[in-house]
Ligand binder design. Structure first.
Ligand code: NAP
Length: 282
């Protein structure tokens, strides 16, 4: 890495969110900067809801180069931006900002999730998305772009399910997007699906009465966007029920970070290098 002198200010990139103490993003991005010998720094800045808007605006005033936005601000951030790209508009959520004098928002979760999926998806079968927050918006847009025609949303607050459906439906008139009410779920809700994706921070984002070992029967893929968990109840349950493929969110994390770098600096970084850097973490 080139070291900072009195005249060389590093390019600053940051992550805004809360909580973010366990984030791997600084490790990923600083490894890329170091490998490419750039005078650039990425740091994670926890921010409260009261200070979030000010933090985004300061980024522009201080001439920082870019940012990632994470839980729970991916939707809140929209109102502070000057421009939003098409994918982020469809998702109604932004996870990457570039400062070009104007703040421009993108959603690399959509790209990262798509890139992390296997090639042999059967788009004629249905998909289930657990959750209706920022990550769920990205996952639904990705699945709709990939050609899934039927997606079911299961979320604790039905109001947020309705809001997700209202946001996304206008962009995909042919997509059948259904919301299932939390209290009306049955053990069959996850059965016989191509793909079930957990888009919540919860280990088992279903009501207690739905816990049932047979619920993944004939489901082909279970994907949890969370990563780095020694014990992942959802994925373990899926494996016990002979689900063909299970994924955690590490591959998506790597690709969403790589696409953020592409937006900030014009090219994808070396993915093998990122994977190597993540070995330090475990
Ligand atoms: P968010 O916008 O705050 O949404 C959280 C969602 O989880 C909401 O739908 C919420 O339901 C639901 N939820 C929260 N606690 C729950 C519980 N105890 N039981 C059931 N549902 C619960 O967060 P987000 O940005 O979508 O992130 C969600 C998860 O995805 C996080 O763990 C994040 O780290 C992960 N993620 C991973 C990647 C990756 O690259 N691998 C990328 C993006 C996100 P209500 O609507 O009822 O509140």
């Amino acid at each position: 890495m080139r070291f900072q002198t009195a005249t060389s200010k590093p390019d600053i990139y940051l992550l805004l969110g809360s909580p973010i103490e366990f984030t791997l993003s600084p490790l990923i991005h600083n490894s890329v900067f170091q490998h490419e010998q750039l005078n650039a720094l990425y740091f994670a800045q926890p921010v409260t809801p009261e200070n979030f808007g000010q933090a985004v605006v300061s980024m522009q005033k201080l001439n920082w180069c870019g940012a990632n936005i994470t839980i729970p601000y991916k939707q809140t951030v929209l109102k502070y931006l000057d421009e939003i790209d098409e994918t982020a508009q469809k998702a109604g959520a932004v996870n990457t900002i570039v400062n070009k004098g104007r703040l421009i928002g993108y959603n690399t979760d959509v790209l990262g999730f798509k890139r992390s999926l296997p090639d042999d998806l059967n788009r004629d079968r249905s998909a289930v998305c657990l959750g209706a927050g920022g990550a769920a918006l990205a996952v639904v847009v990705a699945l709709a772009d990939l050609g899934f025609s039927k997606i079911n949303i299961i979320n604790r607050s039905y109001q947020n399910t309705v809001s997700l459906i209202k946001k996304i439906s206008p962009y995909y008139p042919k997509l059948e997007l259904n919301g299932w009410k939390w209290q009306e779920l049955t053990p069959d809700c996850l059965k016989n699906r191509e793909l079930v994706v957990n888009c919540t921070p919860a280990d088992f984002a279903l009501p207690d009465f739905v816990h049932n070992d047979a619920m993944f029967q004939e489901t082909r893929i279970v994907y949890d966007l969370r990563y780095g968990l020694k014990s992942n109840k959802l994925l373990k349950k899926a494996q016990l029920n002979q689900v063909e493929q299970v994924f955690d969110g590490l591959e998506m994390l790597i690709w969403q970070a790589a696409y953020s770098q592409k937006i900030w600096r014009g090219r994808l970084p070396d993915i093998a290098l990122i994977k190597e850097a993540l070995k330090q973490w475990g």
